[in-house]
Design a protein around this ligand. Sequence first.
Ligand code: BGC
Length: 385
Amino acid sequence: MKFPKGFLFGSATSAHQIEGGNYNSDWYSWEKFSGKKGVSETSKIACDSWHKWQEDIDLLEQSGQNAYRFSIEWAKIEPEEGVFNKEAIDHYRKILETLRKRQIQPLVTLFHFSLPLWLANKGGLTNLKSSYYFQRFATKIAEELGSLIDFCTILNEPNVYTLKGYIQGDWCPGEQSKYKAFIVFCNLIFCQNRAAKAIKKILPSAQVGLAMNIAVYEPANDTFSNRLRVWATKMIAHRLFLHTVMKKCDFLGINHYMKFRIEPSGRAVMLGEEKNDFGWGICPESLYEVIRENAGWKKPIYITEHGIADASDSKRAQFLKDALSAIGEAIKENIPVKGYFYWSLLDNFEWDQAYKMKFGLFTIDRAPRDSANVYKKLIEKYQEK
Ligand code: BGC
């Protein structure tokens, strides 16, 4: 079976995790001074992609990919409040131009967990003006780079950001406050909608959306109360946010990693007997399930992240085969899945885990793993030329 012409076969990264030198960001300062769960190494160098971005594009080409999801770092574009850095804008312009020249479709993310330090010092996303600041940044990007950007996931995983940064507190800014989490959740809705509106005003034909982390949840049994629990879990985990932003989105980006069973007690048990290095269960059927479940939004679907931490590279090849075959099943049912972005192109700085978790098709030294070649072969198998 071939996927429809134009299907995007890519991989994803984020600026803070690969570029290095994100000194004006809240995350860098958190890593250095207050990583309370002990980030042993910092993102100072990361993959040094700020300097080695051309090599990264070579890796995409080498493995036959025709799309790349990466993020533009707000802290580098606007290192001081209201002051935009021309050199940083030019840097991303070069990346976008090179991708286009090499016929690799860029998918640009505008917020992937890191904020400029000046905003963090004003309360970050708890600041009531944060969505105004974000809209100003999005407008600047659309004005400066708009001719090269036609496809944009504005926010990455607003749900995970709120949970890890404001409820569990193991990510920057390390807060554990439901009150602040609620404010951040609301401000992220404003950020997404205001930026979508601003970008569309400047670039009416651009496709805008977001990359939402969506897990699969199944009830432990079929009683009414248990199904209600699953419904409520999904609502809190991702649906509520989506209900407030999908009207202004041209597509839905799904980042998918996990499947859970909701017990009668309300406890979420992660499914999958086989585990990846993170301890996350591997459930080959869940990608198909998450696509099916979200077909109801009636928008094109892109899998904007799907990946496995697997240092030995013993499970990644099968993971990729299962993923593309799941997408094939969904396409057969006429669900408009338009692209797949593996997480990640290369091993990188994995937040509070630093460099321990290896998600890459390539190592940090840009050596290919066998699975990079498997991905290439799968692309050849499914791609309609
Ligand atoms: C995030 C990535 C992260 C990946 C693996 C996603 O939630 O968007 O930044 O590296 O998961 O943990």
